[in-house]
Ligand binder design. Structure first.
Ligand SMILES: [Fe+2]
Length: 240
C-alpha cells in the first residue's frame, strides 16, 4: 500500500491546495483522495474491530461508536502505520504550512475510528478544540458511507472580517478533509435507518505539550464522549 500511496501523493499538485486551504480559513476537502484499492487495505481490518467499538450517547450532543488508538494498535496496526507515514505527514505539512507533529503516544484520539451504525447517530455542532499549547489539525478520511449523513460546516465563523458560510459535504469513501480544529464549526447530521458510516480521524498538533489540567479535561472528554474510561485511563502498553 505504501508505494501506491506515495505515488498518489507525489502526483498531487500542492500549490492550488495550499492556497485553497488558506482561502478557506484552514479547511480543505480532497475528493477521491484515495482509490478503493488502497481503501480496501483499511476496510479489510474493520471486521476484527467490531467487538471493541465503544458506544456513547450524550443527550443533545452526540450518539455513535468509536474505536480508540489503543484498540487499533492492538487489532489493526495498519492505522498506526498510516498515521506515522513520513511522506503523508510531509504532505499534510505542505498543505497546512505548519510543522505538524503526531500527538503524544498517550493520546487516545491521535487516530481513531468513528462508527455511525444506529439510526440517529450524529454529533452536534462543535469545534475540535485543542487542549495542546499549539494548534490542532483534524484529518478525516471516509472509509464506508452507505448513509444520508452530511458533514455540515461553517467557514469563517470566528473570522473577524468575513460572513459565516455554511456548507454540506458527503464524506464518500476516499475523501480526505483537513482543517484547523479551533476554526471549523461542524456537525454530522443524523444517520437514517439501515445506514452505516465509518470515518477514520487523525489528529496532528504543532506543539505536543499540554498542561496537566488541560490533559485531565482532554482525557475526561475522550473517556465520556468517545472511548470509555478503561481505554483512556487504564491505558494498554504504549508503543509508538
Ligand atoms: Fe469534530
Amino acid at each position: 500500500m505504501n508505494a501506491d500511496l506515495k505515488n498518489i501523493l507525489s502526483s498531487i499538485t500542492l500549490t492550488s491546495l495550499k492556497e485553497k486551504f488558506q482561502v478557506q480559513d484552514e479547511f480543505l476537502v480532497i475528493e477521491n483522495f484515495l482509490p478503493q484499492s488502497i481503501l480496501n487495505n483499511f476496510i479489510t481490518n474493520l471486521p476484527q474491530l467490531n467487538s471493541v467499538i465503544n458506544r456513547n450517547y450524550i443527550p443533545n450532543h452526540k450518539k455513535g461508536g468509536s474505536v480508540s488508538k489503543y484498540s487499533l494498535d492492538n487489532l489493526a496496526p495498519l492505522f498506526k502505520e498510516f498515521y506515522n507515514l513520513p511522506f503523508f505527514l510531509n504532505f499534510l505539512r505542505e498543505i497546512t504550512g505548519e510543522q505538524l507533529l503526531p500527538c503524544p503516544a498517550d493520546d487516545a484520539h491521535s487516530y481513531a475510528l468513528y462508527y455511525y451504525t444506529e439510526p440517529g447517530d450524529h454529533i452536534q455542532y462543535h469545534y475540535d478544540t485543542s487542549y495542546y499549547k499549539g494548534k490542532r489539525f483534524t484529518v478525516l478520511l471516509g472509509l464506508v458511507d452507505n448513509s444520508s449523513c452530511k458533514l455540515e460546516y461553517q467557514l469563517y465563523r470566528r473570522h473577524p472580517n468575513r460572513e459565516t458560510q455554511t456548507y454540506s459535504l458527503t464524506l464518500n469513501p476516499g475523501t480526505l478533509v483537513v482543517f484547523n480544529g479551533d476554526k471549523l464549526y461542524h456537525r454530522v447530521t443524523p444517520l437514517g435507518i439501515n445506514e452505516e458510516r465509518i470515518v477514520l480521524t487523525l489528529e496532528y498538533v504543532t506543539n505536543t505539550n499540554m498542561g496537566n489540567f488541560q490533559r485531565f479535561i482532554s482525557n475526561m472528554k475522550d473517556a465520556i464522549a468517545y472511548f470509555g474510561f478503561r481505554q483512556v485511563f487504564l491505558k494498554p502498553r504504549i508503543h509508538r
